[in-house]
Write a protein that binds this ligand. Sequence first.
Ligand code: ZN
Length: 350
Amino acid sequence: MLYPLRFFPIYVERVWGGDNLKRLFGREFQGNRIGESWEVACHPHGTSVVCNGPLKGKSLKDIIDTYGRRLLGDKLTQRDIDRFPLLVKLLDANDVLSVQVHPDDSYAMKNENGELGKCEMWYVISAKPGSKIVYGLKKGVTKDIFKDALEKGTLENCLNFVEVSPGDVFDVPAGMVHALGAGVVVAEIQQNSDTVYRVYDWNRVGLDGKPRELHINKALDVIDFDGKYKAEKTKGLAVGNKVYFVANRYFAVELIKINGRYDDRADGSKFAIYTVVSGSGKIVYDGGELELKSGDSVLIPACLGKYSIAGTSVDVLKSYVPDLNEEIVNPLKFAGYDDDQIRSVVKILS
Ligand code: ZN
């Protein structure tokens, strides 16, 4: 019998990491350079292991092999069944990350041994006052200007810096240059991929004392120099207690503000992942209940049926693989949003 699954975090040391996950979420780990916590993962570089209930100790991969579509859902494509589609992380940028970009699916398939491309989104959980991120390029930066700046060591002049506060959301499609800045902790929802092209590392050395590898040529191939995606904060569109923030063919992310009780239903069509970004509460389902606190993620199996999340002032992100028309565009139209507004949330990627 499947039930809401929680996982042991997979902590990853990074040169830019810190120990803010201890402070913010009461996490326990060795050292003070943890940059990433993989919360729900099924990737060769890290696979989550269940930490609650009868399936405790089993890996997400084992559970997918055993339960297949009962866990993942009838409406997912075979590709998403063969390769779990999402990866959910907490990132602690105690120091600035390298300036980087990710390829899209078709480039990654060809150039990275069949790996997936990577679109991602960030929800800012905590940010020191004045902290900034790199989000896209300044207007008018062409490939030539960018290359020239790289050679002269003046890339900073080409980058669009944005000040961030808790609650901000950024959609980071494949091709968009980006870097989290120092003092920012985010929840990151992304395609299940670990392919990154590093463009610039602020003249810093890695944990082994050597400069980290850069991937300039591949980055230049995939960077969006045409301004296809606007580098603007995603304001989101509210419908009732939900805010639709990001939706593309790979994932949709909604913020749900719960004060009392939120009811939902897993009807067999797809799984969902909830990540608590503020407050604490519990999930109540047929057969039990599960406490959730800030920073926790939980995977709701497609076959779970009715469930509710209860709590006072709990904010959760709900991530899932959407049917863009049925689950995003139509509800937004019905709520009165026009096409331009809907396009600020739904970026249909080729
Ligand atoms: Zn990234």
